[in-house]
Design a protein around this ligand. Sequence first.
Ligand code: BES
Ligand code: MN
Ligand code: ZN
Length: 498
Amino acid sequence: MPVAFAVSTAPADQVKADLLAVPVFAGNLLGPGADAVDRALGGGLAAFMTEAGFEAKTGQTLAVPTNGALGASAAVLVGLGARDELTVDAFRKAGAALAKGATKVASVVTTLAEAAPAALDRAEVGQAVVEGVLLGGYEFLGYKSAPMPSKLAEVTLVSRAAATLRRGVERGATVGSAAIWARDIVNTPAKDLSPVEFAKSAQRLLRGKGVKVDVLDEAALKRERCGGILGVGMGSQQPPRLVKMTYAPTGARGTLALVGKGVVFDSGGLSLKPAGGMETMKTDMAGAAAVIATMSVLRDLGVKAKVVAFTPMVENMPSGTAIRPGDVLTFRNGKTAEVLNTDAEGRLILADALALAAEAKPDAIVDLATLTGACMVALGERIAGLMTNDEPWGDQVRAAADQVGEPVWPLPLPKDYEKLIESELADIRNTATSTYGGALTAGLFLQHFVGEVPWVHLDIAGPSRAPSDNGYVRKGGTGFGVRTLAEVATRFRKPRRK
Ligand code: BES
Ligand code: MN
Ligand code: ZN
């Protein structure tokens, strides 16, 4: 059930709800509203916390009996960690803990946002709590025969600064719901998400959202000379698509282009993956999902820039009609590549999409792609690799990612490694001649298609999927990138020229 959010200035202990959630800091320092819980316990809260081994670590919760003394029927303490080390992300984690501890009740009232120190922006804190509730409480139950969803339906945030908080709460609900759409679509099995279905899902989501959507079918892709998308799509019974999206507010300042990898399933093609490597390859469209989800909220977020987006959608399969190692593809911008490994397919479809994006003459491009296992070797499962041809633009994207708590880390695009992707037959080859530095050589391949446009490539192979629950990240598709892209679009300024 979608959770609804409200903001109230009423005293928390008087609001009628099933559950009152109050913050506690490390050292069991009571946060705003916790005094009412202490009174309900007859002043015994400190002893109760000690007995229960509660330390108020970030995201730790403790249910407390309230003896009918509060407006709410029950209370729960939510840990925020050390008071002098509070970050916005701690509030996101606390929101997640609240949602996970409230699956059996319908309504919660919470003073969490009141715990924001002066140094933190109250709207950002409200946004984080709401995002935490939505993302932490997320469940994907569509394939269960007898689903038992969380009962949580309404969360009321109490605050004295209600107007500021309300702005953040709205933004959090908007961005959080978009990330949930991305998670759902990433978690959907590839049997039910062909490129055609994926394109239709995008159209459905974007209807009435102020975004123009064009879907290019095979004939249109041929007309537009998208040899990479057509080449990778050749092996599958499911034809490829390219979804082009345009958000053009009146009086737009600057143009941002987004590109997302949409491989609905990556078997590797004729360069077949081993069985284990294929298990999670329905995730290989997470970049496209994040881009589409972001497009759906630009108007609600009041984004002032024009945003154009391109998401190529294919299924990478082996068959008698599949592309072969040794084949050469010609992309949208006229460049050619020798395909030596059909499992390096992401760069082949992104080549066309990036060329189209660059043709639109945007001020900057960001692409998101589950591109390489090598990036996971370098940065692990939680951090995305950031590569760029323009340091100031890279800094802007990184600042946005840092602000929303999606970890990214810079990787280089070394000129010197360019020779690793030189081909004797074509302009470039799709796998490097070295087994090392695979994230970088993939980035260098993409760079051939962006021309002079400031561009950031985010390799999200690691963080697009989580191997287990972790705070507001739930096992499975994570929706990584939606919050960063929403922030990038909101703050967008033309990058300073070199
Ligand atoms: N989709 C994969 C990358 C990937 C691997 C994402 C594991 C998430 C988890 C990509 O298409 C791929 O197969 N890349 C190859 C490239 C290689 C053949 C040069 C890889 O990383 O092994
Ligand atoms: Mn692959
Ligand atoms: Zn792939």
